[in-house]
Write a protein that binds this ligand. Structure first.
Ligand code: DGT
Ligand code: MG
Ligand code: MG
Ligand code: MG
Ligand code: MG
Length: 283
């Protein structure tokens, strides 16, 4: 199309390219899910259908965006990790965030009826916000994911105790809130055990640990795991240069690998040591 006198407006668009060679986390979060979960009477503290639906939408995002290496979800949020070598959309932040957030949202709506067959969706429909954060080292990235998993643990222990007091103990919500204000984890464990015979350790891992989604190369190519990434991930320009055929090969491998959902500890080294391909220097 020929240039028009209006074309100059393009200059108002600002570049938002994420730094090269950094791990990118796109975190999405449900808008007003406090209200949303009430409207559809989500079970408290955890609604299995709601979590399964979040996980199904996250899995679909990984399927559509092979650049996502791993995702971690709790409550109404999901964090999608893009490999530091990712060049999708020239690493344009808004394009990455909006694509992930809208893909996730459409699948959330698409799968809704599968998980809530008796509760048709009606406006206001679910929506999600999103942001991209860059982490320069594997340590920073893992600390980010650990932060989210610790949050999951803290919230779940609190919510499990709170709702036990209310639903099983017959306490009103105000009194339960007061009872738990400033309480230690050990005290919540004790309340659960002594008053309700609940051993928190035996609660489902899905609730205690959240959900982690990734491509399980081990299932298709046992022993094909690649060496773990360096601590700081710094590589020479030559090492960063990946041949086109290699990129093609990796693309095919990614497309073939089954995407699986787990409820595991991702704070300890073991998870990452057992799956070195996740943070490998090869994309
Ligand atoms: P926002 O994110 O600022 O728009 O506001 P909210 O209301 O989404 O707040 P947020 O994201 O901090 O908290 C998530 C809410 O979603 C929280 O009120 C609890 C609710 N929620 C998430 N998963 C479940 C569930 O499985 N069962 C129930 N009952 N509620 C849930
Ligand atoms: Mg919020
Ligand atoms: Mg929210
Ligand atoms: Mg949230
Ligand atoms: Mg277009």
């Amino acid at each position: 199309m020929a240039n028009s006198k209006y074309e100059y407006v393009r200059a108002f668009e600002q570049a938002d390219i994420l730094l090269p060679n950094t791990w990118v986390v796109v975190r999405i979060d449900g808008r007003g899910f406090h209200k949303f979960s009430d409207k559809y009477a989500f079970e408290k503290p955890n609604d299995r259908r709601g979590i399964d639906l979040m996980n199904a939408a996250a899995k679909a995002v990984l399927k559509e965006l092979p650049d996502v290496v791993i995702a971690y979800g709790i409550s109404d949020e999901y964090s999608f990790v893009l490999h530091k070598s990712c060049t999708l959309f020239e690493r344009r932040s808004s394009k990455l965030v909006t694509t992930i957030v809208s893909t996730f949202t459409s699948y959330y709506v698409h799968f809704w009826a599968q998980y809530f067959p008796d509760l048709p969706l009606s406006p206001p429909l679910p929506s999600f916000d999103g942001r991209a954060v860059q982490y320069p080292s594997v340590r920073n990235l893992r600390d980010y994911l650990s932060w989210r998993q610790v949050d999951c643990h803290i919230n779940n222990l609190y919510n499990t105790t709170f709702w036990a007091l209310v639903q099983q103990g017959g306490m009103d919500t105000k009194t339960a809130e007061k009872e738990l204000a400033g309480s230690l984890a050990s005290e919540k464990n004790e309340i659960l055990f002594s008053r309700f015979k609940i051993n928190y350790n035996n609660e489902p891992d899905m609730y205690k640990k959240g959900s982690v989604v990734f491509r399980d190369y081990e299932l298709v190519e046992p022993g094909s795991a690649q060496p773990p990434a360096d601590e700081d991930g710094a590589k020479t320009a030559e090492e960063l240069e990946i041949s086109k055929t290699q990129v093609e090969k990796d693309k095919k491998r990614r497309a073939k690998a089954p995407i699986t959902i787990h409820h595991l500890d991702i704070i300890k080294d073991e998870f990452w040591e057992r799956r070195p391909w996740l943070l490998s220097n090869k994309p």
